[in-house]
Design a protein around this ligand. Structure first.
Ligand code: NAD
Ligand code: UDP
Length: 312
């Protein structure tokens, strides 16, 4: 098959490129490098089953030849990134999704949207099932991301209902692993970077807020299965192993042997207090659930960040 991936130079996008490439498909990657880097896909360059196009997907996308599937992963994803690029985030979720859907329609391709647990906002229901409509502040600083993704889901369903497009929606929960940027501001790269430098870990608020972290290989498997499934409505993908941020900080300090401890910083506005996926649907429909434990995933991620730092 010929697969087009937007956001191909990013963290998840680059791992998807690897997976589809490994399965023998032809992969076309699109990215404008706003938060990604060519380094993430450099190993694929020069191969005749991989084509890269530097392009801002909020503009019309022209790609010659047939395409079987479009995976729309372009979007700043870390709170630090999307608050730095609020307009670009809204544009890529709205205009970028429109262009990517238009391309899929023109090519008769299947479309998969990278949506997010942020559509649930600061949830009043825990864990979050797909049937929960969420609790989002549209005008807060996180609204640029949450509302763009909610719009993207609505547009995707409209293309399905009104144009008969084959669409899939993955609601992705916190995912981590190699190729995240050490400075992307998300909690795992922040904590690992701080611990490796022997600095105290910056816990925002009282650290009692929870998240559930999924290792990248498990996420890629879930996305792969969802693309080839028949499910049109959103499917949660994530690891249901929920923990407090303070516990994550203690675990990372312990694993790295960092004696500098923890410092508390103010909580960012609208920081969700709870987040845990209900993955009953993914288990039933995709026969999927995460396999990599947090300790194992963190070990692999720490190794990767260490090698990055030692190689400059
Ligand atoms: P990332 O920042 O590493 O990757 C995003 C990529 O999209 C980057 O390479 C960036 O340069 C590219 N991009 C952004 N705007 C673009 C535009 N207008 N045109 C072309 N390329 C553009 O982030 P990630 O963690 O890999 O996230 C990928 C996708 O998965 C995003 O859509 C994100 O919302 C979604 N997601 C990720 C997580 C997570 O925990 N990592 C959770 C939920 C949803
Ligand atoms: N967080 C923290 N210290 C940091 C970075 C993040 O305590 O250095 C907290 C943040 O306030 C949130 C959680 O960790 O409660 C996860 O944050 P992240 O930015 O990774 O993603 P989010 O799940 O909020 O989108």
């Amino acid at each position: 098959m010929r697969i087009l991936i937007t956001g191909a130079a990013g963290f998840i996008g680059s791992h998807l490129c690897d997976r589809f490439f490994r399965e023998g498909h032809e992969v076309i990657g699109l990215d404008n490098f706003i938060t990604g880097t060519p380094e993430n896909i450099a190993h694929l360059f020069g191969n005749d089953r991989f084509l890269f196009i530097k392009h801002d997907v909020t503009n019309f996308i022209y790609v010659p030849g047939p395409i079987d599937a479009v995976l729309h992963f372009a979007s700043p994803a870390s709170p630090v990134d999307y608050m730095k690029y609020p307009i670009q985030t809204l544009k890529v979720g709205a205009l970028g999704t429109h262009k990517a859907l238009g391309l899929a329609k023109a090519k008769g391709a299947r479309f998969l949207l990278a949506s997010t647990s942020e559509v649930y906002g600061d949830p009043l229901v825990n864990p979050q099932p797909e049937s929960y409509w969420g609790n989002v502040n549209p005008i807060g600083p996180r609204g640029v991301y949450d509302e763009a993704k909610r719009f993207a889901e609505a547009l995707t369903m409209a293309y399905h209902r009104y144009h008969g497009l084959e669409t899939r929606i993955a609601r992705i929960f916190n995912t981590y692993g190699p190729r995240m940027r050490l400075d992307d501001g998300r909690v795992i790269p922040n904590f690992i970077g701080q611990a490796l430098r022997g600095e105290p870990l910056t816990v925002y608020g009282d650290g009692q807020q929870t998240r559930s972290f999924c290792y990248i290989d498990d996420m890629v498997e879930g996305i792969y299965r969802l693309l080839f499934s028949d499910e049109v409505e959103p499917v949660n993908l994530g690891n249901p192993n929920e923990m407090r941020i303070i516990e994550l900080a203690q675990l990372i300090n312990e694993m790295i042997g960092n004696k500098a401890g923890i410092v508390f910083k103010p909580s960012p506005p609208d920081d969700p207090k709870l987040r845990r996926p209900d993955i009953t649907k993914a288990k039933r429909i995709l026969g999927w659930e995460p396999k990599v434990s947090l300790e194992e995933g963190l070990r692999l991620t720490i190794e990767w960040f260490k090698s990055k730092i030692s190689h400059g």
